[in-house]
Design a protein around this ligand. Structure first.
Ligand code: TXA
Ligand code: MG
Length: 326
């Protein structure tokens, strides 16, 4: 694994202090970081990503004990979840503390906070000493980066420094849980599973459907490669891919693990891993790879929506959603 050195981390902390942008590895995906308390630096994130300024960002902090510095109050449920899952792929939405500028929250009176579980991210947060707002380091609407190379290819000179921390272990973004109300709810499924949250909370937790857009930044189309993505039932994947290829499309196909080894006439074939951990880890890389191979159509089926399958299915649905103009 390629890992940034301590002098790279010092330099990155300097860049943040000077109002610059640093791409940093986390356990989920790479983030595009800025000093959370510097509205001009935060504004640059939106510019570089091409993201509408109304879409709120996540503030990354070094440890759970700093949470009180960034939010108005910490309800018991939030305390419990933070203790249990941080550092880790869980983001908590709470009432905004005064240190967080409205630029970072898209004007909302709530703020999303997490402690990432990656040695490079944690070292940077400690060296910097403050909070780092970081969305995924991709152009608005496209596939999130899971390697430093993805970031360089996609954002180029828009970033002042890219810290290389190897491939992101989880591969899909954090689970976002709104803990501002009486009953916690999942705003975005991600690296911490619904089942794990329910086990800690001792109650069931609601997951709003993909089509129910409540928060800016939760458009139906997101996480999308260039190629059009078509969702079909697992047993139709092979036939659908061959049909589209026969019609002149350059087809990439995700062959489900249960159909492994079945021959398929398509331009590019991804053998979907049987384990959901491995699927999540590979997902964004597979989508990028099919784009790179020139596919104009990707045929894929949804995994079962248990465990990490819930987050994977959410991203695939969004990748297949009506496209944003970008
Ligand atoms: O794993 C992750 O969460 C990665 C890494 C870099 O930490 N970050 C990430 O950021 O996925 P981004 O900006 O791509 O997605 C953050 C999402 C936004 O789409 C937004 O909907 C939600 O977090 N969000 C942020 N602040 C919020 C708030 N105050 N209320 C509700 N949702 C919020
Ligand atoms: Mg994103």
């Amino acid at each position: 694994m390629v890992t940034a050195t301590s002098s790279d981390i010092e330099q990155a902390a300097e860049v943040l202090r000077a109002g610059g942008l640093v791409a940093l590895p986390t356990e989920t995906v790479y983030g595009l970081g800025a000093n959370a308390e510097d509205p001009a630096a935060v504004a640059r994130i939106f510019q570089v990503k091409g993201r509408p300024p109304s879409h709120p960002l996540i503030v990354h902090i070094a440890a759970a004990e700093h949470l009180d510095d960034w939010v108005e109050t910490v309800p018991e449920t939030a305390r419990l979840l933070a203790e249990h899952f941080w550092p880790g792929p869980l983001t908590l939405v709470l009432r905004r503390g005064h240190r967080v500028p409205l630029e970072a929250t898209g004007g909302l009176e709530t703020v999303a906070v997490r402690v990432p579980d990656h040695p490079v991210a944690l070292a940077l947060l400690s060296a910097f000493g403050g909070g780092v707002t970081a969305p995924s380091a991709n152009r608005f609407g496209s596939v999130s980066p899971t390697t430093a190379d993805h970031v360089r290819t996609e954002l180029g000179d828009g970033v002042d420094l890219v810290l290389d921390g190897g491939s992101c272990e989880v591969g899909v973004e954090s689970t976002i849980v709104d803990v501002t109300g009486e009953i916690p709810s999942i705003l975005r499924p991600g690296g911490v599973t619904r089942e794990d949250l329910e086990a800690v909370l001792g109650r069931s937790i609601a997951v709003p459907s993909t089509s129910h857009v409540r928060v800016p930044g939760q458009h139906p189309s997101h996480y999308a490669p260039r190629a059009r993505v078509v969702l079909v039932e697992p047993e139709q994947v092979v036939a659908e891919a061959e049909l589209a290829q026969g019609r002149g499309h350059t087809v990439g196909v995700f062959v489900p693990a249960s159909f492994a080894g079945v021959p398929v006439k398509a331009h590019a074939v991804v053998a979907v891993p049987g384990s959901m951990d491995a699927y999540a880890y590979g997902l964004y890389g597979f989508l990028r790879e099919l784009d790179q191979q020139g596919c104009d159509l990707i045929v894929v089926s949804l995994p079962g929506e248990e465990g990490l399958g819930l987050a994977i299915a959410n991203r695939l649905r969004r990748a297949a959603g009506p496209r944003l103009s970008r």
